[in-house]
Design a protein around this ligand. Structure first.
Ligand SMILES: CC(C)(COP(=O)(O)OP(=O)(O)OC[C@H]1O[C@@H](n2cnc3c(N)ncnc32)[C@H](O)[C@@H]1OP(=O)(O)O)[C@@H](O)C(=O)NCCC(=O)NCCS
Length: 148
């Protein structure tokens, strides 16, 4: 039995732990600052945590309303899936699906008609998840930068 709940101050340590597993290269202080920013702007950011029957946090989804142009979309703002993570021992039980359903419901409540997302070219499990949940691929892009 999986319980999904919105990320709140009381779940901050679980939220931080799952974030560190998903984005291990990000320093802990940066995670803390981003969590604080998300909690301070609930109209703009959403977070959901999945808990197993044992009460252990098993998954995380973060989303944001994006008002800037999002590749492949036709409306604005769109709800963007900023991060999705399920602990290895809890995968293939539909947890990511449940989390993404929450993100979609939140987006609809905010008036959005599109849910967008991205993943890296080599993350085939994530691409398969997106296809399985009804996302359609829009574009493949290459990022550049030049030092000024
Ligand atoms: C990708 C990830 C979030 C999937 O979480 P999950 O809870 O296992 O996904 P679900 O159980 O909800 O999967 C739903 C469907 O997606 C597809 N799917 C999910 N993971 C898959 C995988 N590893 N291989 C193939 N298909 C997969 C399946 O069709 C699955 O349905 P099924 O199990 O009935 O076949 C998880 O593997 C993860 O956290 N990976 C590391 C972090 C990551 O890559 N995040 C995405 C970055 S954008």
């Amino acid at each position: 039995m999986i319980r999904i709940q919105s990320g709140a101050l009381s779940e901050q340590s679980d939220w931080l732990q799952l974030r560190r597993e998903l984005w291990p290269d990000c320093p802990p202080q940066e995670h803390q600052a981003e969590i604080r920013q998300m909690l301070a702007e609930p109209q703009r950011y959403g977070c959901w945590l999945a808990y197993g029957a044992d009460g252990v946090a098993a998954g995380l989804a973060e989303a944001a309303l994006r008002h800037d142009y999002v590749n492949g979309t036709e409306s604005s703002p769109v709800v963007f899936l900023e991060g999705i993570y399920v602990a290895p021992e809890s995968r293939r039980q539909g947890i990511a699906q449940r989390l993404i359903e929450q993100v979609a419901a939140w987006g609809r409540q905010q008036g959005c008609v599109e849910l967008a997302s991205d993943t890296s070219l080599d993350n085939l499990p994530s691409q398969t998840l997106h296809h399985a949940l009804g996302f359609e691929e829009t574009e493949r892009v290459v990022y550049f930068k030049k030092r000024l």
